[in-house]
Design a protein around this ligand. Structure first.
Ligand code: HEM
Length: 406
């Protein structure tokens, strides 16, 4: 437990904060809910109401490149050696604002409607059961490596049409790329991410080229078709969209399964409640999303000068929205630090809000519900084998491994 008393003692880059950010969030919400933090060079916003308002307010955006050039903002040009990495973010909906964002999102939205996702239910269930079959006789497993990773990776790869033989590469490329979302990636992390971006893009360029000749019943083929049908999608946008879907399509889900199950182990009465009441599974998943969300922080730029909550954000200012803190705000949740799998009123923002609201939320929910329901049903004696460790990161919160016996 962190032993800090005032907000000036908090260092959002410290190892202590990364190990357990929740006590610091409480102090920030209470004393400096909207504050410029020198150690980050950014504003930090920690209350639920403020985070939710900014996410929905179009005067803030994930990118400001469509309004001000880097030169106008006094930011140095992007270095040439990062091209392979920057190509992906510059061409994906994630880092675009309307109208480009609307066009790119519209092209893939159809594949992620609740009805399309529902049609995948039997497949997801089969993958979950197969994975548990493989470990059943061992009586022990690492939840992350044996279940939480391969489940969503197999599902998103199936949707796009990436074969089993490429799953390991896909996982490694993705992990290297998302390390760059941390607050201060090291030079080595940057080097590895650029290499991964180049290899991932090459792989998908080849996969797309193959589908131009041999269309398949998968999302890469559907995007190739959209590209060929007109000017709606460039090749770089096609590649960047596939990388985004493959990465976003599993990273958070993996860590939610780990963080959520660990939260149940630390609250054994809640685990028992779920074991005895399988109908609580849906609200339990929502509570796990709220309680220890794998995506703790997202950034926005002020696209113009904005007066907000007693401060003035200047055009171009960067703002860190603390999702993990918003989800623990007592103004929006009763007993926010208590895990309550039967929580009825749960307006967590773990899938964000506004135009960037998680495109994969229906898929993520279905995967998570199946993952927990199947684990709880098949392994009624599930128990922690040894205390796990959180990875040393701020933005993506997750465990190294989660070893269990059953
Ligand atoms: C536990 C699981 C997941 C969580 C917590 C999560 C969370 C999020 C959040 C917070 C954002 C928006 C970030 C922002 O506002 O800046 C987002 C965007 C996105 N997510 Fe998810 N996600 C999950 C699973 C998935 C899955 C399974 C997919 C499947 C493809 C997916 C695809 C996307 C995409 C494409 C975007 C970008 C949307 C846009 O920019 O318009 N996510 N997700």
């Amino acid at each position: 437990m962190m032993n800090i008393m005032t907000t000036s003692e908090i260092d959002l880059r410290s190892r202590e904060f990364r190990a357990n950010p929740y006590p610091a969030y409480t102090l920030l919400r209470q004393h400096t809910p909207i504050v410029f933090r020198d150690e980050l060079g950014m504003w930090v916003v920690s209350r639920h109401r403020d985070v939710a308002t900014i996410l929905r307010d179009r005067r803030f955006g994930r990118s400001i490149d469509h309004i001000l050039t880097r030169e106008q903002r006094g930011v140095p040009p992007k270095p040439q050696h990062r091209r392979a990495f920057d190509m992906l973010s510059e061409n994906s909906m994630f880092d675009k604002e309307p109208p480009d964002h609307t066009r790119l999102r519209g092209l893939v939205q159809k594949a992620f409607t609740p009805r399309r996702i529902e049609s995948l239910r039997a497949f997801v269930q089969r993958v979950a059961d197969d994975l548990l079959d493989q470990v059943e006789t061992a009586g022990t497993m690492d939840i992350l490596a044996d279940f939480a990773v391969p489940l969503p990776v197999t599902v998103i790869a199936e949707l796009l049409g990436v074969p089993d033989s490429a799953h390991d590469s896909l996982r490694n490329w993705s992990q290297s790329i998302v390390a760059m979302f941390e607050l201060e990636p090291t030079a080595e992390q940057e080097r590895v991410a650029i290499q991964a971006a180049a290899e991932f893009a090459d792989y998908l360029r080849e996969a797309a080229a193959y589908r131009r000749q041999h269309p398949q019943d998968d999302l890469i083929s559907a995007l190739v078709e959209a590209e060929e049908a007109g000017e709606r999608l460039t090749e770089d946008e096609l590649i960047a969209t596939c990388v985004l879907l493959l990465n976003a399509g599993h990273e958070a889900t993996v860590n939610l399964v780990g963080n959520g199950l660990y939260a149940l182990f630390r609250n054994p009465e809640q685990l028992r409640l779920l074991q005895e009441n399988p109908s609580l599974n849906t609200s339990a998943v929502e509570e796990m999303l709220r309680y220890d969300t794998p995506l703790q922080l997202f950034r926005r730029f002020a696209l113009e000068d904005v007066q907000f909550g007693g401060v003035i954000f200047r055009q171009g200012d960067e703002i860190a929205l603390l999702f993990g803190s918003a989800n623990r705000d007592p103004e929006s949740f009763t007993d926010p630090d208590t895990l309550n799998i039967a929580r009825a009123d749960n307006p967590h923002i773990s899938f964000s809000l506004g135009v960037h609201y998680c495109l994969g939320a229906p898929l993520a929910r279905m995967e998570l519900q199946i993952a927990f329901a199947t684990l709880i049903r098949r392994f009624p004696k599930l128990a922690l084998a040894r205390e796990p460790q959180y990875r040393d990161s701020v933005v993506i919160r997750g465990l190294h491994s989660l070893e269990v016996v059953f």
